[in-house]
Each structure stands twice: as C-alpha cells, then as structure tokens.
Ligand binder design. Structure first.
Ligand code: ADP
Ligand code: MG
Length: 691
C-alpha cells in the first residue's frame, strides 16, 4: 500500500478529475500521490445502506429511497437570504414531500418524471417529509452517496466530502487490481487477515460492518507490522555490521559491589547481569534500562562504567540537565573514591580553561569517566578509547543524540536509562531497536509517598503543613504551574510565587527559587544550597522534574496539577520519598474537568509507575504520550497504539518470527515487503541508523 513506485507513485494532479488547483488543496492534507490518497482513510462513516420503499417509511427513519420527481419544483423566497425548493417524490408504493433550503438551482435540476436515489431523515407530520435529502442520478457505475456505507474523510474547509469521495473513487478505479500483496501468505493465514485488495476497497466503501472491520484489521496490522519490521531490521543491521568490545574485569566489579553502602536489590542484580552478558559478548550492547523513579538505576550504570574502565576503556555518562549532570558527578565521584578512577564533569557552563583541560585529558585518556550534558555531543569532545556510553532519562534525548555519542568511539556499548515505564507493547515500538531490561523493584524500606489532591480552599492548611515539615528539619519543593507556551512566563510566575512566599507567608523561613531561565551557575548554586540544607523551601518550575536526588526533601507541592500529565506528576512526586522519612505529595487542582479529577485519583491511589503510564496513555491517547515524536515514530495513518493493542501484539509476534528467518527481508518473496518497510518508515530508519 505504501509503495512509492508504479501506479501508486503517480502524482495526484494527473489523476482523472483532479488537476492543479485541487492537487494543491490535497497537498495541504499531505497528499501528493495516488498512493497517498488511497491511504487517506475515512475519519468515520455514515450508514446510508438501508433502502426502503416509500410505504415502509416511519417517522425518524434515516434511510435511502428511490423515487421519481412527481411535480414541478416550487421555489419561494420567504425572506432575504432564504430560498426554499419544494417538490414531491413518489414510487409505486407511496409519495413524500421533499424540501431543500438555499439550493435554488434545484428548480431547474429536477424535471418531473426523472428518477433519483435519495437519502435523508424522514419525519411524519400530516404527511411524510424529508428535509435537504442527498440526491443522485442512477447510473451504471452504482450509487456513490446513497444506498451504502459512506466514508467521511478528514478534510480542510475547501475540499468538500463530495470532491474527496470522487477523487478516491477515481483513484481506486485507476489502480484497479494492481495493488501488490506485501504480507506473506503464511502471515495472512495465521492471523486470518483479509487480502490487500479487499482491504483497500472496503476501508473506503465497506459493504457492511463486518467487511469494514476485516479491512481495518488488515490495514492496522500491516502498518504495525511494517513499523515493527523497520525497527527490528534496524537492530539487526547494527548487530551484523559491528563487532563490539569484549569487556572483562568481573572480579573488580564484584569487589566494588561488596563495598557499596547497601545491598543491590534482586532486580538490580538481574539487570546488571543482563548488562554484563552484553558487555562481555562481542556484540554491541544497545540496552534500555527501565525502572521506576527511585528504583536505583544510577548504581547499575555506575557498575557498568566501572567494568568498562577496569577493562581499559573510557565511559561517558550523559544527563539531560546541568543540575542532574552535576548531581550524578557528585554521586559517582563519591562512590568511586576508593577505586582510583579519574572522573570529570563537562557541561555548557564549565569554564573555558577548565573545559580545555578536561578535553585534553579525555583525548589523552587521562580521564576515565566523563559526566555531562549535551556538551558531550560537541565535535571537540574526542575520546582516546570510549567503550561505554550511558544516557540517563532517555526520554529527554532524541534517538539521534544517542547515535552521535556512540560514534565517538569504536562501536562502544550503549546503555540508556529511563524512568518512564511504558507498557511492553509500546516499548517494543518506541525502543524497537533496543534490548530492554526492567528494574521492577524498589530498594527496601521505602515508604509510599502519601498523595492528596486538594483545591485552593485548603491553602491555609497546606501552608501550616509546609511549616510543620520544615520545623521538623525536612525540606519542601513547590512546583509552579506549567506554562506550555513560554519558559519566560513560567519563570516569571515562579519568581512571583517565591517572592510572595519569602516576603509574606514564610518570611521566617529560607525560600529559594530555581527556573529554566537562570544561568547554569545560578542554578547550580541554588541546587547545592538546597542539597546542603541552606534552603528550606525550593520554589521551582519543572526543571527539577527529572532525576534530582535530595533525600531530606519530604514534601512535594504541585500548583495547578491538572496541567501536568500523569507521567510528569509521577516524576515530580519521585523527587520525595527518597529516605526513611514519611513523604507527602500535595496536588492543587481547581479544575472541575472529569479527566483532571480522574488523573488526581490515579495519583492518590497508585504509586506504580507502570500502572500510571498505562493510565496516562489511556487518558491522553498515544499521540501525545510524551516523547513519541522525539523517538522518531512517525504518525500512524490508521493504527491506534493504545486501542489496537491486540492487533499490535499479533503484528509484533509475526514480524519477529518473519525476521528470525530473513532479517534483512532480502529473499525474493519478502522483497516487496522490505521495500514497503523502507517506503513507509524511511523516516524512522534515517533517524536511528546514523551510526
Ligand atoms: P533512579 O532510578 O530514580 O535514578 P537513583 O539511582 O537516583 O534512582 O536511586 C535512588 C536512591 O536509592 C539513591 O539515593 C540511591 O543511593 C539509593 N539506592 C539505590 N539502590 C539501592 C539499594 N539497593 N538499596 C538501598 N538504596 C539504594
Ligand atoms: Mg535517575
């Protein structure tokens, strides 16, 4: 369906009934070729298939009927801007009055004695009436707008449904039987899928409900199958071309583990052994570690870094913000103190002189591990023997950036970490080119963060509660409303709030402020004062959303919580509950919307990131589930990643099975499929396969 060549590749302009002007309108919908228009699927359908004789009509019916114009059309203009055409229509069983508003030309259109098909809503007053019925001449090519299930297409103002319908009919006629079947027979058989021709025909003009469902299932399957195949064959390409490093140093890592201030959880142990297996093998590791907030991903990455360094290689650890990079640097330095490992921090705000020195040492191999931000991606960062690349909070980075860092070594192993747990099926799509490890257990002794959604009526009591926490020696975050449009506005509202709190409500406490518009230096300064306990209450924008770790903070207050997505709220809440103290999360919500209330309820009831992410997906839909765009997943034309999970599972299984035998889709019977994968998802392939 997605081939760029042959009849499907023909520019739409040259199709019968289109021409330059219409082609331009179609282009606004992203439709350039016959293939594009064929895959411009209906948004919904109107069932006009019920056909009745006039004697069978009942009040309220919506149906089609066939009839003869029984009388001359009478045109009246009761007031300015309103014309009314009336006539009657009969068949051999009865008669009905028909009225059209503001279509004066109908007076000349309809001649008594002519036969038409009609569709409309029937009402019964003294006699039967139909208002503004759809009408069409009967001809041999069959009805278009009546007597069948009619597609309704996504459109822009100027392209009417009638035009789109007729163009699509012409396109279907033009391609005729030449649609190539790209799904192998065994796949269609084992999943009982309709064939391509049937599917295309019936997605536009379904014969009945069942035919529509069959057609849709086939097309959804095909789309997801191609996407999965694209991702898996990418991964395969990576594995084939490259041979990676075989790391050793198992014993040194064991010794380091013994010296840790805590015992690894079972989940951490399992995930690290998966990583070790990859690292010791000759294949390049491309592994994603998923783990809820606070599950202890950092230490797992550190173990891998130690392994790399003790095997004679360098490691890079990239974090999405300066705050986070700075914190990782401190944590990792402390952990590695006794190991004789040399470590440096490199961010956009590292002083020029310092940065020059670090770059030199990275190049000469005098630094073993460099922690940093996007600054690590710059061309001037050249390693002497980069062996392992770790990116933290993967959802903040694009696939591209991961690849850039990877190219700085000779096929280094790659480990990415994310605190955004997502359903397995979706993970296979979003991270189809990665192996996945899951840390599904929190370190022992964690208390559940007690979460309450409140409205502003509770403001006084919450303020008292904030004060109480501080008096007990704890610290508090207050997160300001998310302002989608502008960082600047967001920063301003945070500044105002912190000024007010510092001057009035909490004038006797130490209130700090941090937001994205501040200079990195200032941010670092505020953050380290918060870490050292010099700030009691930290007012912030979402810059603290990811990763930050201040164990003494026990209260998270979120203003206008309804503006945040569930996954984001979960991330924010994850900033507290990092110690043995009982922690709390207060969500201010004044919205009366049902969805907002539902979200708050989920947060109150659930602390499991996986459940929250499923709910998030459900309440938002996968389109804006965060990150999907960033991950390079193109818009799907027909599949819905959330609702079509059953088909998704089947398509994934089939794709994996097929690719087991023919990874590159090169065998003659799979070649059209391989071509379709490239045509449909070349975007994904380009963005991922830069290395
Ligand atoms: P995240 O997975 O959110 O990145 P971190 O790696 O920041 O979590 O870990 C959260 C906290 O838990 C850190 O203070 C870390 O030292 C601690 N931690 C990690 N693993 C364990 C463990 N096995 N036992 C006890 N504490 C642990
Ligand atoms: Mg983390």
């Amino acid at each position: 369906m997605y081939q760029r060549a042959g009849k499907l590749g023909k520019p739409l302009q040259y199709l019968k009934g289109v021409g330059e002007a219409r082609a331009a309108l179609f282009q606004k919908l992203g439709i350039f070729t016959v293939g594009d228009v064929i895959t411009h699927y209906p948004r919904e359908y109107e069932d006009r298939s019920k056909l009745k004789k006039l004697i069978e009509l009942q009040d309220g019916d919506q149906c089609s009927f066939e009839g003869i114009i029984a009388s001359k059309v009478v045109l009246s203009r009761p007031r300015r801007g309103l014309t009314i055409c009336r006539t009657s229509i009969r068949d051999e069983t009865g008669i009905i009055n028909a009225t059209w508003f503001n279509q004066p030309y109908l007076k000349d259109n309809f001649k008594p004695g002519e036969k038409y098909l009609f569709y409309g809503k029937i009402t019964r007053r003294r006699s039967f009436e139909v208002l503004n019925p759809v009408y069409e001449k009967i001809d041999e090519s069959g009805p278009v707008n009546t007597c069948r299930i009619i597609p309704i297409y996504p459109s822009t103002g100027k392209l009417t449904q009638n035009v789109i319908r007729s163009v699509i009919r012409n396109a279907l006629e033009y391609i005729g039987d030449s649609i190539e079947e790209i799904l192998p027979q065994w796949v269609r058989d084992s999943c009982s899928l309709a064939d391509a021709r049937y599917a295309v025909k019936n997605i536009h003009y379904p014969e009945n409900d069942e035919a529509f469902l069959k057609a849709r299932e086939r097309l959804v399957f095909e789309e997801l199958f191609l996407l999965q195949a694209a991702l898996v064959s990418l991964k395969a390409a990576g594995e084939n071309v490259q041979s990676g490093i075989c790391f050793g140093a198992g014993t040194e890592v064991r010794r380091f583990m013994e010296e840790l201030p805590f015992k690894l959880t079972n989940a951490q142990n399992r995930v690290f052994s998966e990583i070790e297996r990859d690292m010791e093998s000759g294949k390049v590791m491309n592994r994603l570690v998923q783990g809820d907030v606070g599950s202890g991903k950092t230490i797992v990455a550190v173990l891998a870094l130690v392994k790399a360094v003790k095997s004679g290689y360098q490691g890079a650890f990239m974090a999405p913000t300066e705050i986070l990079a700075g914190q990782h640097y401190i944590t990792i330095s402390k952990l590695l103190e006794s190991m004789g490992i040399r470590i440096a921090l490199l961010t956009g705000s590292t002083a020029a002189k310092e940065s020059r020195r670090i770059l030199e040492q990275i190049g000469s191999g005098d630094i073993d591990i460099v922690v940093g931000t996007h600054a690590l991606l710059e061309d001037k960062v050249v390693f002497s023997r980069l062996g392992l690349v770790v990116t933290d909070e993967q959802h903040r980075f694009g696939v591209r950036q991961r690849a850039v860092l990877g190219r700085k070594g000779d096929n280094p192993d790659i480990l990415v970490m994310t605190a955004t747990p997502i359903p397995r099926t979706l993970a296979l799509i979003l991270y189809g080119d990665l192996d996945i490890s899951i840390i599904d257990e929190l370190p022992p002794g964690r208390k559940k963060v007690l979460t309450y959604a409140v409205d502003s009526g509770m403001r006084e009591r919450i303020n008292k509660f904030i004060r109480k926490q501080v008096n007990e020696g704890r610290q508090v975050y207050i997160v300001c409303p998310l302002v989608e449009e502008s960082d600047a506005v967001e920063a301003r509202s945070a500044s105002e709030l912190s000024a007010e709190l510092a001057q009035k409500t909490f004038s006797d406490l130490k209130v700090g402020l941090i937001h994205g518009k501040m200079k990195p230096r200032e941010k670092d300064d505020v953050m380290s004062r918060f870490v050292s306990g010099d700030i009691d209450i930290l007012v912030s924008t979402t810059v603290i959303e990811v990763g930050v770790n201040v164990a003494n903070a026990t209260l998270m207050v979120v203003e206008n919580a309804e503006r945040f997505g569930l996954s984001q709220l979960h991330q924010l809440r994850g900033r507290v509950g990092r110690s043995g103290y009982q922690s709390y999360c207060i969500l201010f919500n004044d919205s009366k919307s049902e969805v907002a209330k539902e979200r708050m309820k989920v947060m109150e009831k659930t602390s499991d990131g996986f459940i929250i992410s499923e709910k998030d997906l459900e309440l938002r839909g996968p389109g804006d589930f965060f990150g999907t765009r960033q991950h390079g997943i193109p818009d799907l034309k027909i599949a819905n990643l959330y609702r079509d999970t059953e088909i998704l599972k089947k398509a994934q299984e089939a794709a994996l099975k097929l690719l087991e035998t023919d990874r590159a889709l090169e065998s003659p019977e799979n070649r059209p499929l391989g071509q379709a994968v490239r045509d449909r998802f070349s975007g994904v392939i380009k963005s991922v396969s830069m290395n």
